[in-house]
Design a binder for this molecule. Structure first.
Ligand code: PLP
Length: 411
């Protein structure tokens, strides 16, 4: 009989969102008239920018004509998109990236989940805690970890705790690690790493021959000038870092699907024979073997965000979400709840009152004020005692939710 990849058995079920759905459904059944407001979703709610829609319509028309029809495109992406990205997101910030150092994809989840395939199986992985669960789970699947301990930690993984006590900035690990996942701005805490913090990590990676896997899916939400938009703003990062970006939260592409990964040719790893190999070469091989390119129509839509009107529209939508973030953050603080994030990211991370466990706070919020959020414990052991609210709802519901928390929640 065929055998399975036993590493998959180490993973707990996708407990978080299934459990949220179960608890909300049970509450709704018992309270059919309850006016539930959802501030738990990590999905956008505003439509695509009109500039993207227009570009996609035009691309659809091109597909209808034999002279302009496009079949398979370059797996790495069309140059009209890669060049626009390089120009706007990198060159404009003094960063040189070659067109052969960027790979367009169907989104960041695939990229930051698949990237581990080009690393050695026995690499030691460091992951900030709490964080987007894809980094850990994909390394579990690949066999780079042991089993899950009762305390919620996987054997063999270096967890980098981030909470209010270290201002959500992970400390350097005591032991040497090979792959370091950093998410900035971070999901779920909504916090960022300063230039100094990032410099510390780049220097560590250089000294230890490690690679930083830098997820900047929320870079477009950064409002503070001194927070780096890209890890390549840090000197030396082009030798040690791979960067992931996405159009999902930047421009509402969660359902349309487009993202990209930057792998400078200067980022290298060691082969078993001791020779140095460019990760770029390996990823190019993987990408061209396992991926057949992002749809032409979608890439046209993505490229439209770099036009003058596209930029204006994207900024307006982000400002809309960030105003929601401000309303939530300030509302929580006015209610006497400690709240973090929400300044450079659409996520607000709150400390549960009286150190209440995350799931107890979930139930309290749902039953007392009919609001759905996400328990922090679902993002890693260090998320226990915290809770995530998102700014992706509409304004009216956001305002109503905050009023309920301020006026009706008792703790
Ligand atoms: N990275 C982080 C930190 C995210 O929060 C998400 C989505 O929620 C992604 C990546 C995935 O983005 P995409 O829609 O491009 O796959």
């Amino acid at each position: 009989m065929a055998t399975i990849n036993d590493n998959y058995l180490k993973l707990p079920g996708s407990y978080l969102f299934a459990e949220i759905a179960r608890r909300v459904a049970a509450f709704k059944e018992a309270n059919p008239d309850a006016d539930i407001i959802r501030l738990g979703i990590g999905d956008v709610t505003q439509p695509l920018p009109p500039a993207c829609i227009e570009a996609m319509h035009k691309a659809v028309d091109e597909m209808a004509n034999a002279d302009t029809f496009r079949g398979y495109g370059p797996e790495q992406g069309y140059s009209f998109l890669t060049e626009a990205i390089i120009e706007h997101n990198y060159k404009a910030r003094g960063i040189e990236i070659g067109t052969d150092e960027i790979f367009i994809s169907d989104g960041s989840k695939s990229d930051c989940g698949n990237i581990q395939e080009i690393f050695g199986e026995d690499n030691k992985v460091a992951i900030t805690d709490p964080v987007y669960p894809v980094y850990l789970d994909t390394n579990v699947m690949a066999g780079r970890t042991g089993t899950l301990n009762e305390d919620g930690h996987f054997e063999g993984v270096t967890y980098l705790p981030c909470d209010a006590s270290n201002n959500f900035a992970p400390e350097l690990p005591q032991e040497r690690v090979d792959m370091i996942y950093l998410c900035c701005p971070n999901n779920p805490t909504g916090t960022t790493l300063s230039r100094e913090e990032l410099t510390k990590w780049v220097n560590y990676a250089k000294e230890n021959e490690s690679v930083i896997l830098f997820d900047a899916a929320y870079a477009a939400y950064i409002t503070e000038e001194d927070v780096p938009r890209s890890i390549y703003e840090i000197e030396g990062a082009k030798d040690v870092a791979i960067e992931f970006r996405s159009f999902s939260k930047t421009a509402g592409f969660t359902g349309t699907r487009c993202g990209y990964t930057i792998i400078p040719k200067t980022v290298k790893g060691r082969a078993k024979d001791g020779s140095l190999v460019e990760f770029n070469k390996l990823w190019n091989r993987r990408h061209t073997t396992k991926f057949n390119g992002t749809a032409y129509i979608v890439q046209r839509g993505a490229a439209a965000i770099y036009t003058e009107e596209g930029q204006k529209q994207v900024k307006e939508t982000i400002a809309y979400y960030m105003e929601n973030a401000r309303i939530i953050r300030e509302g929580l603080q006015a209610a006497g709840i400690e709240a973090y994030g929400g300044v450079n990211a659409p996520y607000i991370w709150l400390k549960t009152p009286n150190d209440m466990p995350s799931w107890d706070f979930f139930d309290k919020l749902l039953t007392e004020v009919n609001i759905v959020g996400t328990p922090g414990a679902g993002f890693g052991p260090c998320g226990e005692g915290y809770f995530r609210l998102t700014a992706f709802g509409n304004r009216e519901n956001t305002v109503r939710a905050v009023e309920r928390i301020k006026n009706k929640l008792h703790f």
